[in-house]
Write a protein that binds this ligand. Sequence first.
Ligand SMILES: CC(C)(COP(=O)(O)OP(=O)(O)OC[C@H]1O[C@@H](n2cnc3c(N)ncnc32)[C@H](O)[C@@H]1OP(=O)(O)O)[C@@H](O)C(=O)NCCC(=O)NCCS
Length: 132
Amino acid sequence: MNFHTRKWVKPEDLNPNGSLFGGSLLRWIDEEAAIYAIVQLGNPRVVTKYISEINFVSSAKQGDIIEMGITATDFGNTSLTMRCEVRNKITRKSILTIDKMVFVNVDEDGNPAPHGKTHIKYIEEQFENEDN
Ligand SMILES: CC(C)(COP(=O)(O)OP(=O)(O)OC[C@H]1O[C@@H](n2cnc3c(N)ncnc32)[C@H](O)[C@@H]1OP(=O)(O)O)[C@@H](O)C(=O)NCCC(=O)NCCS
């Protein structure tokens, strides 16, 4: 799993107890998964369909640097399933895990549309024709 995006936990991200608010983290991870799906499926129109159990493994506090990791686990006909983990960038301690996040590739009318993709494409593969 590649950990791409980093966040610096700031006062506006905290709950009243002074630790990272779960809603803030879910917003970030939903956006991260959407970007991953857009890049993998080559379509800016993707929607969140399903999120499995969310395990808030440990808390983060103000000033912590966290990083978000996503990897595709299944390419369906119109869907893409991903696994997610958020961890502390410095200590590598796990903060959140989600086994399944399903995004659906949709057309202009918002209906599911086949994406035609079958495997993870890495950045080199996406641009390999442009190098030649
Ligand atoms: C996404 C949406 C277009 C799918 O419509 P649908 O009628 O469920 O479509 P389908 O039954 O054809 O399913 C589409 C894909 O989602 C998968 N899917 C459907 N329900 C699922 C579920 N509960 N869990 C996992 N995958 C599911 C199907 O297996 C299918 O995948 P496949 O084509 O790869 O086999 C529709 O549910 C929708 O618009 N939902 C709202 C999305 C949204 O607004 N998200 C933002 C949250 S605020």
